[in-house]
Design a protein around this ligand. Sequence first.
Ligand code: HEM
Length: 241
Amino acid sequence: MAAHEAPETEDFSQPILEGGAASDYERYLNTDGLLALQKTADEWVHRDELLFQVTHQASELWLKLSSSDAAEAVRLIEEGDLSGAHRLLRRSALCIRFVIAQLEMLEHMSPWEYQEIRKVLGHGSGFDSPGWNGLRHAFPRLGQAFHAARRAAGLSLAELYVQGREHEHLYQLAEALIELDEQAQHWRLRHYQVVARVIGDKVVGTQGTPVELLGRLVAKTSFPELWEVRNELTALSKESS
Ligand code: HEM
């Protein structure tokens, strides 16, 4: 029977999904499992461990969605569904925006008190972030799929931009990729600022990486050719004027 045909006698307050939790909300979202993923108060060395764990765990979830959408976009580009890929890449970039925004929460910790938390992180390091590594894995595959589609259309990158209106889907895809790159770069910058503000810019991380290196990584791009083509377009425009 469809939901809208439910008899008036149906008790909507009772759960109908599988599971032991009291409500379907808790069963579907597995809130018992989710909320057990943080240390309990008696395990904290400092109460801001909750802030620290929630910020990182929430970031991992958004990055999971971001890299899942980016990976699916690769498949869609390979199938020739460029607008479907574009739709997913916009979501993927929005996830990174959320992760950037959440970094601000860490600036609400006292840098001195954070030193207590740091002692219980072992050799834990963001270099082992499954979410960020998922994105780092997806980016080159996205670039390959996009350039294969562009070549199949017989266009150089500069031609794609000059004739952007005639190749709307490919043009939108190129812009979605540079948007992703810009957001990833923005995350690196914001993360570097937060790290410098919390532990300093002349120290080494829990996995031995100098914070200065994080500062240098800010300049890294995943689709350098998309940035480079802007120089080409400026030169082309000068030549033709
Ligand atoms: C107080 C907060 C934070 C501090 C002090 C911090 C510190 C650091 C340091 C020092 C590194 C270099 C590697 C090492 O540990 O030796 C690093 C890398 C990294 N961190 Fe953080 N981090 C913080 C918050 C976060 C958050 C919330 C995320 C979210 C996922 C994150 C993700 C990463 C990633 C992905 C890298 C690798 C960087 C790259 O590949 O460009 N970090 N972090």
